[in-house]
Ligand binder design. Structure first.
Ligand code: PLP
Length: 424
């Protein structure tokens, strides 16, 4: 029997890459199948090495708000590359990108770039600890802020999917300085503040790494008030929500302003770039303006900066209206396709999660109660019909501006057929 190209690549990959991949969720183990090896992407579509075409709702897990290989972004990258790919010295481009970010994000006047969201989180925590002279950080169960040691105390996303409560190799001392509280649990947060001296509250304002679970009414406002009252810093991890749910991210959408903001994904336009930022008075603690050390060989990389600037420039007011409409149509279509099955569809601009639960989850525990096996079966049925959803119950779909109403119609049709296949 002749092998598919994917199967052959996977066999080779398993010999030289742990689990055959460079990031766990790509392996698709949570939905009980082998990974897809990508040949190329164009707009909202992805083609695998065997020639199968998919409507892509992973979109690299968030960066591709303009879809794959957008011509304007490609041109910006190619133009930048011809001038040299990295200098380790300042450029006009990074100044322009920082200005563009500061203009959009209400709580960001000054920022420092890094190459990944993980690095940005790690550095923001260092700054928060330096600024407050305290050590402890509060995070929410099921939130993901990158693979920072101290934050792998109870993670969502990849880890939750694989059923590992925490990771070996994380020193108990690192995890001990992290407090974990259930999302949307106001009393637990109040108690944590009363019992501990907190440097910071780290929060995905619209958590999307346990599936999308918006904040309860008033919850972000409560976090803001408590942080102000106890002199702790409120840190918004807007790696997913930044430039996606609104031009100025969740802080613009909700009007709740954090002290520090972590950005990534869309910021790099599909190349590796992330950043953390806030008021100048706080950010000037970072070296060489101040005494908090943080550095990076490829930080502010000219290709990533060019891609990020092009991506942000394309995100005008109309873009958000289009993305909002498209997200709404997709979510409504998926809801219709599910009919009266025990499925709930949650969405906000640019983000959707199809929960295999009769009611939308409100925290990590209720997210974990979803029927992940049924989700897996449904995903396999979708993939067989040319639709590529996130291969985990605990992730968001990332519709992009490259998705058309035709893509959405194809998706909804495939979704209905997939529902009928798994639970007629
Ligand atoms: C993806 C993500 C990160 C980590 O970013 P990397 O670039 O993968 O290190 C941090 N926070 C959130 C909310 C994310 O979704």
């Amino acid at each position: 029997m002749s092998d598919t190209r994917s199967a052959e690549l996977y066999r080779r990959a398993l010999r030289v890459l742990p689990g055959g991949v460079n990031s766990p969720v790509r392996a698709m183990r949570a939905i009980g199948r082998d990974p897809i090896f990508v040949s190329h992407g164009s707009g909202a579509e992805l083609t695998d090495v065997d020639g199968n075409v998919y409507v892509d709702y992973v979109c690299s897990w968030g960066p591709l708000i303009h879809g794959h290989a957008h011509p304007v972004i490609l041109e910006a990258i190619v133009t930048a590359a011809a001038l040299g790919t990295t200098y380790g010295a300042p450029t006009a481009g990074e100044v322009g990108l920082a200005e563009a970010v500061a203009a959009r994000m209400p709580a960001v006047d000054m920022l420092r770039m890094t190459s990944s969201g993980t690095e940005a989180t790690m550095s923001a925590i260092r700054l928060a600890r330096a600024a407050t002279g305290r050590v402890k950080v509060l995070k929410f169960a099921g939130a993901y802020h990158g693979h920072v040691d101290g934050l792998l105390a109870s993670a969502g996303s990849g880890l939750a999917t694989q059923g590992i409560p925490s990771s070996p190799g994380v020193p108990p001392s690192a995890a001990a300085d992290t407090l974990i509280v259930p999302w949307n649990d106001a009393d637990a947060v109040r108690t944590a503040f009363a019992d501990h001296e907190l440097a910071a509250v780290l929060v995905e304002p619209y958590p999307a790494n346990m599936g999308l679970i918006p904040p309860a009414h008033g919850f972000l406002e409560l976090l803001r008030d408590l942080c102000t009252g106890y002199d702790a810093l409120l840190v918004f991890d807007e790696v997913i929500t930044g430039f996606r749910v609104a031009p100025g991210g969740a802080q613009e959408l909700t009007g709740v302003l954090p002290d520090l903001t972590i950005m990534g994904k869309v910021l790099g336009g599909g190349l590796p770039a992330a950043a953390y930022g806030g008021a100048a008075s706080l950010m000037e603690r970072i070296a060489p303006a101040g005494d908090v050390y943080q550095a990076g060989t490829l930080s502010g990389n000219p290709l990533a900066v060019a891609a990020g600037r092009a991506a942000l420039e394309l995100l005008d007011e109309q873009a958000y209206l289009t993305l909002s409409d498209l997200t709404h149509t997709l979510a409504a279509g998926l809801r219709d396709a599910a009919g009266d099955r025990p499925v709930s569809v949650v969405s906000t601009t640019g983000l959707v999660t199809v929960f295999f639960a009769p009611e939308p989850p409100t925290d990590y525990a209720s997210a974990m109660a979803c029927d992940a096996d049924a989700y897996g079966a449904w995903c396999r049925a979708l993939l067989a019909r040319g639709v590529y959803p996130p291969p985990s119950q605990f992730e968001a779909w990332f519709p992009s501006l490259a998705h058309t109403s035709d893509h959405v119609a194809r998706t909804v049709e495939a979704a209905a057929a997939a529902f009928a296949e798994i639970a007629p």
